[in-house]
Ligand binder design. Structure first.
Ligand code: PSU
Ligand code: MN
Length: 293
């Protein structure tokens, strides 16, 4: 049921650096067509760091670890959004399954990958417990020994509550050259991280030590190089619109991101695209540092 691309298999067997990349942001995080370019740019950034990219998704009845560019093209807006609970059904039902961070982590564990990159982690939605919407990214991260590099938690969520849940779950939250958890588009103003690291090698060493102790996943927060600090009013408008239109569950995050991309005149989209690439680059550097030690 799992198909690992030959290049990925070879790199893993040789103890080389491999970085898992997700497909939900490709299919649902950007307008049609744009997402594939974001995914391919992430792969280029991983390679520029000296690591092998493994973009993950469900296709033709298999959980594929290392999609080709042609395969990635099939992850359009009609793809099923696949979290950890959805992987098996998506494979059996031969759906095109775009894996979230949580879904990608489950696949990464099955294939033996230890590093991944995304834009922003999912988390506790604002207004909890009305509705009680908490991303499956959190529980899956806690039980999967993988480093996830992100621009923190998506700021359309309740970021302080998400940071509390990560602490409860025992997930180390490392700030990459920053003392606070980045806020996706914005860099400053988030909750404190559990430790700050200054280099890819230091992040890799903390992860190795955490795993030696039997620990699971770690989050590395990297602030975007060109943050947007004025998006909050638009986020509030987007969340109100989602509520008024009755959007709920898995549809909320894609709806809100799409709303922001449109209403910001493309500014959030450009920022999102850039930060995904920066995170992929750093994940590659951490994976390379880990392989070298
Ligand atoms: N980062 C982005 N865009 C995205 C996501 C992350 O820049 O669309 C996706 C990830 O796949 C993450 C998901 O797992 O959003 C969270 O969705 P939810 O809140 O429904 O769990
Ligand atoms: Mn949710």
């Amino acid at each position: 049921m799992i198909r690992v691309a030959e290049e990925v298999r070879g790199a893993l067997a040789a103890g080389g650096a491999v970085v898992a990349l997700e497909t939900t942001l490709v299919a649902h995080g950007f307008p049609p067509g744009e997402g594939v370019e974001v995914g391919l740019e992430s792969e280029r950034q991983v390679r520029a760091a000296g690591a092998v990219p493994a973009t993950i998704g469900v296709l033709d009845g298999e959980l594929v670890v290392g999609l080709t560019a042609a395969e990635l093209e099939r992850f359009g807006a009609d793809a099923r959004k696949v979290g950890p609970r959805d992987l098996a059904a998506a494979a059996v039902q031969r759906a095109v399954g775009a894996t979230t961070v949580g879904g990608t982590l489950a696949a990464a564990r099955a294939a033996g990958l230890r590093f991944m990159a995304t834009g922003g982690l999912g988390g506790v939605h604002r207004g909890f417990p009305e509705p009680p919407d908490v991303s499956a990214d959190l529980a899956q991260l806690a039980r999967t020994p993988v480093v996830v590099v992100s621009a923190g938690v998506k700021s359309l969520l309740d970021v302080p509550a998400t940071a509390e849940v990560l602490e409860s779950l025992g997930v180390p939250v490392l700030g990459y050259r920053i003392d606070t958890l980045p806020l996706f588009y914005a860099a400053a103003g988030g909750p404190s991280v559990s430790a700050r690291v200054e280099s890819p090698a230091e992040a890799a060493a903390v992860a190795a030590a955490h795993w030696q102790l039997g620990g699971g996943g770690l989050l590395v927060g990297r602030a975007p190089d060109e943050p947007l600090d004025d998006v909050e009013p638009l986020i509030e408008k987007a969340l109100r619109a989602a509520h008024d239109e009755g959007v709920s569950g898995q549809a909320v995050t894609p709806y809100v991101l799409g709303y922001l991309h449109r209403e910001s005149g493309g500014r959030t989209q450009a920022a999102n695209k850039a930060l995904v690439a920066q995170n992929a680059r750093l994940a590659g550097e951490i994976a390379v540092a880990a392989a070298a030690s």
